[in-house]
Design a protein around this ligand. Structure first.
Ligand code: FAD
Length: 369
């Protein structure tokens, strides 16, 4: 019976599995425990931005072509207008069902020799021990990958964070032929709709707003073009809800406990960056476990979160401001190169400093549109 390990990962979602894979590749003995059983599903836009794919490759994971669909860029739609931009050349995105991604990551972890304990909720932690009900496992490192409402974060007294603006998100799949190979963001007055084709016969649709009572079907009325496309399409999954927020923790480690993924802070769903961020954090965390330096992990964590949090804040300045949305779309249509460079910044191919000129173009365009 397993009674000790080097790294104990609490939560076997994408962040926990990525951590387990990265730590195993450093030679650690690794255990993952999750209260649920695979394949684990979750409300998600199911898009992997180019930086997420690079991070997955660093974990030795190449998503099989048959499991995913290529995504070539982003399209904004609203106020009867649309504007689109491709990812910078050499970059590609993918869309994939959460359940398929979970299976691929689970298989990779199992192949590397990670001990996977499903249907096993962690009930507490102490200095060098993880409690699974009556059973305890000794461990050198504890990683909290238990999602946005992390109990590990509370147990390790790491809950302090900067202000959070909560949004409520819902997602569902529709059985239909995809009409686009881009991630689409529909701008409504007080909400956004996201559409991503996840296979040749299924489209994932999500919505996010500040209204806790607004459900998917009702919110689609704010996006007439998307609503028209979905009319008559058969639903292929149940509606799932989740919270979405920008939340930055003051600290992501204490003693021998480190937090990762949504447990360590979140970026709003609008960025499509939560998974990529978790995968990059996993690589950084495993490196720091290797050198025994969790302070270094915190520095890397803050650096990695900076760009997605900036992009979330920039994009959400359009939320609830229809006039501003319309003028931004007009500028992006008139100056497609500006939208293209914003997307390059979003996926980390361009530094914010290179955008100064585009900022002026956008500002001038917004004043004169
Ligand atoms: C509407 C929406 C759309 C999104 N769209 C995208 C997108 O398109 N692209 C993208 O990259 N990101 C997207 N995200 C963000 C992304 O879904 C999250 O960042 C990602 O799921 C975080 O993974 P995680 O492993 O940290 O947490 P989770 O996926 O929440 O996994 C946590 C795991 O911990 C387990 N757990 C919890 N407590 C315990 C316990 N005590 N013991 C054992 N196990 C436990 C749970 O069962 C769960 O499996 C979206 C988010 C939302 C809300």
């Amino acid at each position: 019976m397993l009674n000790s390990t080097d790294v104990f990962v609490i939560g076997g979602g994408p962040a926990g599995l990525a951590t387990a894979i990265a730590a195993r590749r450093q030679g650690f003995r690794v255990v993952v425990a999750d209260g649920a059983k695979p394949p684990i599903d979750k409300a998600c836009g199911e898009a992997l931005m180019p930086d997420a794919i690079t991070a997955l490759e660093r974990l030795g994971i190449a998503v099989p072509v048959a499991e995913a669909r290529p995504v070539c860029g982003v399209r904004f739609l609203g106020s009867g207008l649309s504007a689109e931009a491709d990812f910078p050349s050499g970059n590609r995105g993918l869309s994939i069902r959460r359940t398929a991604l979970h299976r691929i990551m689970t298989e990779r972890a199992a192949a590397l020799g990670v001990d996977l304990l499903w249907k096993t909720a962690v009930t507490g932690i102490s200095r060098e021990q993880v409690q699974l009900g009556e059973r305890a496992i000794r461990t050198r490192w504890i990683v909290g990958a238990d999602g946005a409402s992390s109990r590990v974060r509370r147990w390790a007294n790491l809950n302090a964070h900067s202000r959070t603006s909560l949004r409520y998100a819902f997602r569902r799949h529709y059985r239909m032929r995809p009409w686009t190979d881009r991630m689409e963001i529909y701008w409504g007055k007080h909400s956004q709709g996201y559409a991503t084709a996840v296979s040749n016969e299924e489209v994932c649709v999500a919505v996010a707003s500040h209204d806790p009572d607004l459900r998917l079907e009702e919110s689609l009325l704010a996006f007439p073009e998307l609503n028209a496309r979905l009319r008559g399409a058969e639903t292929a999954s149940a509606e799932r809800g989740s919270l979405s927020a920008n939340r930055k923790l003051k600290r992501v480690w204490r003693g021998n406990v480190a937090l990762i993924g949504d447990a360590s802070g979140t970026v709003d769903a609008i960025t499509g960056e939560g998974l990529g961020l978790a995968f990059s954090q996993a690589v950084a965390l495993a490196d720091c476990l290797g050198s025994g330096n969790l302070a270094g992990y915190e520095t890397a964590h803050h650096r990695l979160s900076r760009r997605p949090l900036l992009m979330a804040r920039l994009m959400l300045t359009l939320d609830g401001r229809p006039g501003f949305q319309q003028r931004t779309l007009q500028v992006f249509r008139k100056h497609p190169e500006v939208f293209h460079r914003f997307l390059a910044l979003h996926v980390g191919s361009l530094s914010p400093f290179c955008l100064a000129l585009d900022g002026l173009t956008l500002g001038w365009g917004l004043l004169t549109a």
